[in-house]
Design a protein around this ligand. Structure first.
Ligand code: NDP
Length: 449
């Protein structure tokens, strides 16, 4: 591989790019990674990590309220947003440094600049042209904002992490992961929060029972949800920002956040010029091995618009490094990928929804438990958890596990292992529960609904 400056040149030091770089280097490849922003990409800087910290922050509000039922004297609590943001920023700076150390320790060269592809084996970065046997695109995605009049008055999740002060009134447009997570964050922190969604139940694509349960819970938590409401325009007003709706309705808030999906970062990278095929959404088209239409150029993570989740990008990055330098052709497995939505309460899921299962299997059994979590027998909070198993009657295989409730992500992670192993309903039944937990419901549901 001596004819090139590097064996692998990675563009983008987010979850996928960093993992690919480190694994490739561990296989003996000479690797460089270019990053124009901060190390760690969306997840570390404006995604999973700061989001979860804000979710923790906002969830104290409920905990304080609930504590009264357990004998704690109620007291007034005041949240200090600038302190939270400063603490969050310190943690992210620490993580940026951890990423830096990890890359340095792996022998990966970090180039702090934007790179462009100028040939199948050449990138241009910081005024230099660098050759590489392989190029890996790991440039991620960014928020998509619909092109409506006044759209520039809105913020996206990128800015929500850096607001100087907490608004009094917040309106969030969208009904996906980011919309429901931020609705919970702002609502928990005491902001009057409205969610504006064009559909009739949040989290399209998730199991219907989960969607219905979360929709109820958002309302019970005090979030004002407007369904079947699509944004038409934003306008600056004296008292705030007006959001005009397509059906003629309108509302007003101090901040309006668009959580209307994300798009791949594929523009202005020179991709079309070198013949890298993009799809209609601008995503790099790749095969099962993450190879693009140009043999020496690979792509992983959100820029490929497959499953936009950090652990998936990491798996894709590792598979590319193993394929190219580890002597083991390796394709990432996109089946039974679990995921959690850090709404309040959490949602988590792995496998098929009931309707997906019914479309694929002749006989599907569904097991469902809906209950008031034990904590709230004393707190008095009106909230319910839902657990659901979707089973193929013929083989008894569990096809899907779904949950709305506290720590759903922690619980479904374990069940995802069971699904990966092809667990059957009898094996779930033969598993002894841990009492008293919510999770034990998953092994004690006996009668299909
Ligand atoms: P999603 O695709 O999940 O949701 C986008 C939402 O915006 C949908 O409700 C969609 O409506 C709505 N929407 C899209 N276009 C418009 C429009 N023009 N006008 C009005 N509404 C619109 O995207 P997110 O931005 O929430 O998140 C992007 C991805 O990032 C997620 O899909 C997920 O893969 C990942 N993510 C994962 C997280 C996690 O693991 N916890 C957290 C955050 C993000 P409709 O349903 O009708 O299409």
């Amino acid at each position: 591989m001596g004819d090139f400056d590097y064996d692998l040149f990675v563009i983008g030091a987010g979850s996928g790019g960093v993992r690919a770089s480190r694994v490739a280097a561990s296989h003996g490849a000479r690797v460089a990674v270019a990053e124009e922003g901060r190390l760690g990409g969306t997840c570390v800087n404006v995604g999973c990590v700061p989001k979860k910290l804000l979710v923790y922050a906002s969830s104290y509000a409920q905990a304080f309220e609930d504590s009264a039922g357990f004998g704690w004297r109620e007291g007034s609590r005041e949240h200090r947003w600038p302190q939270l943001i400063a603490a969050k920023d310190r943690e992210i700076t620490r993580l940026n440094a951890v990423y830096r150390r990890m890359l340095d320790a792996s022998g990966v060269e970090v180039v702090e600049a934007r790179a462009r592809v100028v040939g199948p084996n050449t990138v241009s970065v910081g005024g230099r042209e660098i050759s590489a046997r392989y190029i890996l695109l790991a440039t991620g995605g960014r928020p998509f904002v619909p092109a409506i009049p006044g759209a520039d008055l809105a913020i996206t999740s990128n800015e929500a992490f850096y607001l100087d002060e907490l608004p009094r009134r917040m309106a969030i447009v969208g009904g996906g992961y980011i919309a429901v997570e931020f609705a919970g964050i702002f609502n928990g922190l005491g902001v009057e929060t409205q969610l504006v969604y064009r559909g009739d139940l949040v989290l399209r694509g998730f199991d219907l029972d989960i969607r219905a349960t979360l929709s109820d819970e958002l309302r019970k938590a005090g979030i004002i949800v407007h369904y079947n409401s699509a944004p038409a325009a934003l306008e600056q007003r004296e008292a705030g920002i007006g959001l005009l709706l397509r059906d003629g309705g309108e509302l007003e808030a101090d901040r309006i956040m668009m959580a209307t999906g994300r798009v791949p970062n594929s523009a202005d990278l020179g991709l079309e010029q070198v013949g890298v095929k993009l799809n209609e959404r601008g995503a790099v088209v790749v095969d099962a091995y993450s190879q693009s239409s140009v043999a020496s150029i690979y792509a992983v993570g959100d820029v490929t618009d497959r499953i936009a989740l950090t652990p998936v990008a990491i798996a894709e990055g590792k598979a590319v490094a193993d394929t190219l330098f580890g002597g083991a052709e390796s394709a990432p497995d996109h089946d039974n990928v679990p995921s959690a939505v850090f709404s309040q309460p959490n949602v988590a899921t792995v496998g098929l929804t009931e309707s997906e299962a019914r479309a694929r299997f002749a006989h599907v059994d569904v097991y469902r438990a809906s209950f008031r979590p034990m904590r709230h027998t004393l707190s008095g909070r009106d909230t319910r958890s839902l657990m659901k198993l979707v089973v193929d009657r013929e083989t008894e295989r569990v096809l899907g596990c779904h949950m709305v409730g506290e720590d759903a992500g922690e619980i479904i992670q374990g069940l995802a292992v069971a699904l990966k192993c092809g667990a059957t309903k009898s094996q779930f039944d033969a598993t002894i529960g841990i009492h008293p937990t919510a999770a034990e419901e998953f092994v004690t549901m006996r009668t299909p609904v």
